[in-house]
Design a protein around this ligand. Sequence first.
Ligand code: MN
Length: 240
Amino acid sequence: MSTWFVSDLHLDPATPEIAERFLRFLEGPVQGAASLYLLGDVFEAWLGDDDPEPAHRDVIAALAAVTARGTLLYLMHGNRDFLLGERFCAETGATLLDDPVIATIGGKRVLLSHGDGLCVDDGAYQRLRALVRDPDVRRGFAALPLASRRRLASQARAGSREHLAGAGEYITDVNQAAVETLMREAGVRTMIHGHTHRPAMHRFDVDGDQCTRIVLGAWHATASVLYWDCAGYRLQPCPV
Ligand code: MN
């Protein structure tokens, strides 16, 4: 019984080599796995499940093949692809997860999150996050014609690049106190997230308990994947 975790692929028709590698990963290493967790920002932008973009259709078909082979597929929204919806889940066989959520991996409770909610030092980002998570805002966006959604998404990405360029390193990382509070409240010793593009396994104590925070990396940089089997967790570059 094995489980894979990935996040931050930022799949984009402009960088087809990343999607090709992801499809090789799905058809190879993921075969026979019990489950695959996609922890957000699988897509650089998701304008809505009605977007006919052919590159995205290929990914949907490959994910559907994964679930058809019996691997359980779990999906969490990232800050880029938070409009992934019911139709995407129906087409791929994925189950949409809340953020954060507690999963049971190898009999142990593990906290899963995309990770952007923990970057609380970035006030401007958190205000934006609250806005785009508003159901009325989402409904309004989804009701716009595809061309308008595409234009708005591209403006949002430009704004995000500008913001990141001007923000300090620590501001765009998770806040350790927020991590510890969340882990304490959830009663877990292991947490897995992405978003920050800083792949690592951090070990620290919370109330005398040894805790681990595993951070997935971005595919354009390291193509990091996290593998779990009875021997434990292994954070590694995508093997194919
Ligand atoms: Mn993200």
